[in-house]
Design a protein around this ligand. Structure first.
Ligand code: ATP
Ligand code: MG
Length: 562
């Protein structure tokens, strides 16, 4: 914990803030915000930004707002707003009474635009969208002034008023900032500030038919909220001069924008637009499909807020792009669940085992520890009887060398129970093994002094008569390639989807202590991984998602680096 704390406290953003506090730049204030656009569900990349903004506010005794940048009525929906609020809460961050919307500022932004027009710093352009694009020039060629650039202030004010009044159809004209069509930075070539959209807004209804562009709304919204440090991702670095220009022209509070590299994770994508495509084209079941890198997907998969926050802290912040190995995310949830998830036994591919020398009607209730990492989690009783299930792959008729599991004539220990020996193999007409006959050694009951006799292998099992049937869903990476964005021109990123990312097992057998397991509860199935009860689970049908297997590839990577 100390190690990760010291990493985050020395990152370049925190250094800037410390310096600003030292020089009293904002009167000792630290005020950040998390500004999602409500056009999709949040993903783990957003979690990084949430942890950074809310984390910094907490660390420096400041405040962090939640603000929806809802300037585009055609792509935004109330459903997204609700999910975003739920996800930030679930990550355990608090915005107090400071939940804001850019749309709260539409009147103010309109006034700002009028002010710029009056000062000769903005004009109404009647070129079409295509013409504006053509006039814009390229990275190597300067742009050209629009023939409407020198309209008088009076004409501009009149046209702007009529735009607002709904006199013109969509696209007929726009408001542009009057900066410099030859600027090196394309964002400074008279960017559009307002466009006409006859579209109902989820909050302001039909009050407006003109809407501010994101670039005209974002910086001013920060300013209105008196944000001190406006932290965003690197793609906005080139927009900073424009945001500064607006603020200087308007003589309003100046928030300092600071950019960092966005999070990328191997074998998945972090782009709302692409994730929306997966949902709309039914490549996944929903936004909260446990394969999705969305916060709600990770939650349904069994991730904890603690593990996600831990991950965000470990990756830190930097100025250069990198792809974080998904194994690190899995490592974080393993570490967390190792401490808190009760151990239970479940068999995913059941193979029947009959203990021939065990009394037919006898049932013993055996002691099983709930978590070897934490004695305070206590013990539970599990039933042992004559007919059991073990994992099909724990038996091999012709075992290789060093096979410590079950095979004809071999012995294994059944966890929390006895040593058994395989005496006979029963097959069906197709030659498949359908049942094993074994004997048990009553002297080897776990916990008894006589149980000291050692065998190499220990298997998990459940009692057939007592086990509950369940469905178990196993997941693999959503994309085959580590970097799914790296596709050739013209190739759809979806061609790289992993066709085997979901495997559904419908006849799993679970120990009876899980009979009333509630959706969201998490367990370690011994030897199989961490599992979480799915939200679709009912009293009649238990469904488990595998959060993560037990094999920690990250620990291996870390060890190799030492
Ligand atoms: P997407 O490309 O997925 O739509 P976005 O940047 O358009 O993401 P916003 O809703 O605008 O999504 O993001 C809200 C905040 O989260 C912004 O400050 C943005 O910089 C940050 N953010 C988005 N994606 C990432 C990421 N992958 N890593 C870190 N921060 C991110
Ligand atoms: Mg965005």
């Amino acid at each position: 914990m100390n190690k990760t704390n010291s990493i985050s406290s020395s990152d370049f953003i925190r250094q800037i803030i410390r310096e600003d506090l030292r020089t009293n730049k904002y009167g000792g204030r630290v005020h950040t915000r998390f500004p999602p656009e409500p056009n999709g569900y949040l993903h783990i990349g957003h979690a990084k930004s949430i942890c950074l903004n809310f984390g910094i506010a907490k660390e420096f005794g400041g405040l962090c707002n939640l603000r929806f940048d809802d300037t585009n009525p055609t792509k935004e929906e109330a459903e997204y707003i609700e999910s975003i609020i739920e996800d930030v809460r679930w990550l355990d961050f608090d915005w107090g009474n400071r939940l804001f919307y850019a749309s709260d500022y539409f009147d103010k932004l309109y006034e700002y635009a009028v002010q710029l027009i009056k000062n000769g710093k903005a004009y109404i352009d009647s070129l079409t969208a295509e013409e504006i694009r053509a006039y814009r020039g390229t990275l190597t060629e300067p742009g050209k002034d629009s023939p409407y650039r020198n309209r008088s202030v009076e004409e501009n004010l009149d046209l702007f008023e009529r735009m607002r009044a709904g006199e013109f159809e969509d696209g007929k004209c726009v408001v542009r900032a009057k900066i410099d069509m030859a600027a090196k930075n394309l964002n400074m070539r008279d960017p559009v500030m307002y466009r006409i959209l006859h579209s109902t807004h989820h909050r302001t209804g039909d009050k407006w038919c003109i809407y501010p562009m994101y670039d005209f709304a974002h910086g001013q919204s920060d300013s209105i909220e008196r944000i001190t440090h406006s932290i965003c991702t690197l793609e906005f670095e080139d927009h900073r001069p424009l945001y500064d220009w607006f603020i200087d022209q308007l003589h309003i509070h100046h928030s300092q924008q600071i950019e960092f590299a966005r999070l990328n994770i191997s074998h998945t994508i972090l782009s709302k637009r692409k994730l929306l495509q997966l949902v709309e084209e039914k490549r996944v079941i929903s936004w909260d499909d446990p394969r999705m890198p969305t916060i709600c997907g990770l939650r349904r998969r069994g991730y904890t807020p603690e593990a996600i926050r831990d991950f965000c802290e470990r990756i830190g912040v930097a100025k250069t792009y990198a792809i974080v190995d998904i194994a690190l995310l899995e490592h974080c949830i393993r570490e967390d669940l190792n401490l808190q998830a009760p151990r239970v036994m479940a068999v995913l591919h059941p193979l029947r085992v009959v203990i021939d020398n065990y009394p037919e009607t006898q049932v013993e209730m055996l002691d099983a520890e709930n978590n070897p990492e934490d004695a305070t989690m206590g013990i539970r009783k599990i039933p042992f009887s004559r007919v059991l299930y073990i994992e099909r792959e724990d038996f091999k008729e012709e075992p290789p060398k060093k096979w410590f599991r079950l095979a004809p004539g071999k012995e294994v220990r059944l966890k929390h129970a006895y040593i058994i020996k395989c005496e006979q193999v029963i097959k069906n007409e197709q030659g498949e093994v359908i049942e094993l006959h074994c004997t048990y050694d009553p002297e080897t009951k776990s916990g008894l002094p006589s149980a000291e006799r050692k065998v190499k292998g220990t298997l998990h099992w459940v009692s057939a008569a007592h086990a509950i049937k369940a469905e178990v869903r196993l997941y693999d990476y959503l994309f085959l390639q580590a970097n799914p964005d790296e596709v050739e021109e013209g190739v759809d990123f979806k061609s790289n989807l992993n066709p085997n990312s979901l495997q559904t097992l419908t006849s799993c057998k679970i120990e009876p202590s899980l009979a009333n397991a509630k959706p969201g509860s998490r367990y370690q199935f011994l030897r199989l991984g961490y599992f979480c009860v799915d939200t679709d689970s009912t009293d009649d049908k238990l469904i488990f998602n595998r959060t993560v297997s037990l094999y920690d590839t990250w620990a291996k990577i870390e060890k190799a680096q030492l």
